[in-house]
Design a protein around this ligand. Structure first.
Ligand code: FE2
Length: 219
């Protein structure tokens, strides 16, 4: 099933589609330059699906340009439909949606491993598919590709604003440390450096990804 048809079926907001396309493009760039044997199609599929439930946590009035042209009321209705069908926790919603689509177990496992809090596990595992999928998400911000440092700096600011107690901050610092180590693990095995992953570099991948075929169980 083509990813763009899946996005249409689930009414995924254009900015969120763009985020998942960018993450998948970062993953593709890494897969194409790494000497380790990796499952490129599963990594790309997981990246393309990893935030399917994210409208659940969006504060729709925060980025006015993201709700256009349909307008905020349209997206509030979509958000309410998501609440009713998939609950209030975006990661659980993403997993439910992936199951509903019928993606295979390899992709499901990768989806479970994408997330800031999994950084320690992703560092410790020998599975490069997990490392690449999770790391790629850490290189993209709402307006494009950034360095891991920059992404972590913004994440740190968000933690201070939204979760100001000290355990969250300690936890953030701990996970950030593992993400930097994952970056080293990945780029030790590639012909490129982290700085080579840029918006310009991923641009040739972005258009092609619209036609990416997600393999699903026949029902
Ligand atoms: Fe993401």
């Amino acid at each position: 099933m083509r990813i763009i048809d899946i996005y249409r079926r689930y009414m995924i907001m254009p900015n969120l589609q763009q985020h998942m396309f960018r993450v998948a493009a970062v993953g593709s760039v890494i897969c194409d330059s790494i000497s380790e044997k990796v499952d490129r199609d599963s990594i790309v599929a997981a990246c393309l699906l990893h935030d399917m439930g994210n409208i659940i946590k969006f504060k729709l009035d925060l980025f006015p340009s993201f709700v256009e042209p349909q307008g905020i009321e349209y997206w509030r209705k979509v958000q309410n439909d998501f609440f009713e069908k998939y609950g209030r926790e975006e990661h659980i919603a993403t997993i439910k949606i992936a199951k509903e689509i019928g993606v295979d177990d390899t992709v499901m496992t990768l989806l479970e491993s994408i997330g800031f809090l999994q950084a320690k596990e992703n560092f410790e595992t020998a599975d490069f598919d997990k490392k690449i999928a999770a790391y790629s998400d850490m290189r993209v911000e709402p307006y494009g590709v950034v360095s891991l440092e920059e992404r972590l700096r913004d994440g740190r600011k968000r933690t201070i604003v939204h979760k100001p107690n000290s355990t969250d901050f300690v936890h953030f610092t701990e996970m950030a440390k593992y993400l930097k180590k994952i970056e080293t693990q990945i780029f030790e095995k590639t012909s490129i450096s982290p700085d080579d992953v840029t918006d310009k570099k991923i641009s040739i991948y972005l258009e092609k990804l619209r036609d990416f075929d997600i393999s699903v169980h026949k029902s």
